[in-house]
Design a binder for this molecule. Structure first.
Ligand code: PLP
Length: 293
């Protein structure tokens, strides 16, 4: 057992020959990648980050399907989902149990010129999200610089795929932090609410939970999907649709949700304090943490 565990996926896609299980445990403290790996030199690969709550891997099937969808957008060969599933379980078995872990899956286009993808699963302690969950977060809205239909009009921009070039997303977070905020909600150039750099956006408008639809060139969120199931159980209606930026000002509550954070209420938007329902947030958090699928 180790605090962090690593499993290299030796047959990550249908393009590599499968010998044995298709994965093998590796030492997380030793170098494993070559400097010519395209995920390192070009950010050319896809990934997933999965929450592991009380030893349960949350929404594993949805994450594996999204990995395959992202790979298709990048014209990568189809990932062997049964191999990835077993590799995740193996990595989890080898890690010290903890109340909250995260599992990161990376599928890279592989070494330059090799035509063989590389892949790995790393399980590590999850970052501490307790403050954001308990006290909420301060958010800036920032221009994404794209129209909300960019996934259709310019598919080479890879919107809607979870690909390893997150430098722009990280730059947006640094910008927010320099300007006194914790996080970001991106707005499209045609005025639609999109997503955060690492989260989906959820609004409560009356008795309806609303999220920007996946036709808005954003990632389909697994946590948002589970939040909608919570809403249905709690007697709230749900809507995935285009959300106008102006609706952020009139919503009763706003949250950012993602696999490791679960959900954090937005307590300040562009410097303006928002009221937020601590009870509803606590209820949603507890549901997201304890309801397994
Ligand atoms: N949108 C973006 C851009 C993300 O990076 C993430 C997660 O990291 C999400 C949404 C939320 O997805 P999930 O709830 O599946 O973690």
């Amino acid at each position: 057992m180790a605090v962090t565990s690593l499993v290299m996926v030796t047959a990550p896609t249908s393009a590599e020959t499968l010998t044995g299980s298709g994965y093998e445990a590796a030492d997380p403290n030793q170098p494993q990648l070559r400097v010519t790996d395209l995920s390192a030199t070009r950010g050319d690969g896809v990934f997933e980050t999965i929450g592991v709550m009380d030893c349960h891997v949350q929404s594993l099937t949805s994450h594996l399907h999204r990995l395959a969808a992202s790979a298709a957008i990048l014209d990568l060969p189809g990932p062997r989902l049964d191999v990835w599933r077993a590799a995740v379980e193996h990595a989890l078995d080898r890690a010290d149990p903890a109340p909250e872990l995260s599992a990161k899956l990376v599928l890279s286009r592989g070494e330059e010129g090799s035509r063989r993808c590389t892949g790995w699963v790393r399980v590590a302690p999850a970052p501490d999200m307790s403050r954001a969950r308990a006290d909420g977060v301060r958010v800036l809205t920032l221009d994404r610089g794209y129209r909300s239909d960019v996934a259709e009009t310019a598919p080479w921009l890879l919107q809607g795929a979870k690909y390893t070039s997150y430098a722009v997303n990280m730059a947006a977070l640094r910008y927010a932090r320099r300007h006194g905020a914790d996080d970001v909600i991106f707005i499209s150039s045609d005025g639609a609410v999109l997503e955060g750099p690492t989260a989906s956006v959820l609004l409560r408008i009356g008795n309806t939970l609303v999220t920007p639809g996946t036709d808005q060139s954003i990632l389909p969120g697994t946590t948002q999907d589970r939040a909608f199931r919570y809403a249905e159980n709690a007697g709230l209606a749900t809507q995935a649709r285009r959300v106008e930026a102006a609706e952020l000002a009139t919503a009763e509550h706003l949250w950012l949700c993602s696999s490791v954070r679960l959900c954090a209420a937005v307590r300040e938007l562009d410097g303006r304090e928002l009221t937020w329902d601590r009870r509803l947030t606590a209820d949603l958090l507890s549901w997201l943490r304890t309801t397994h699928d």
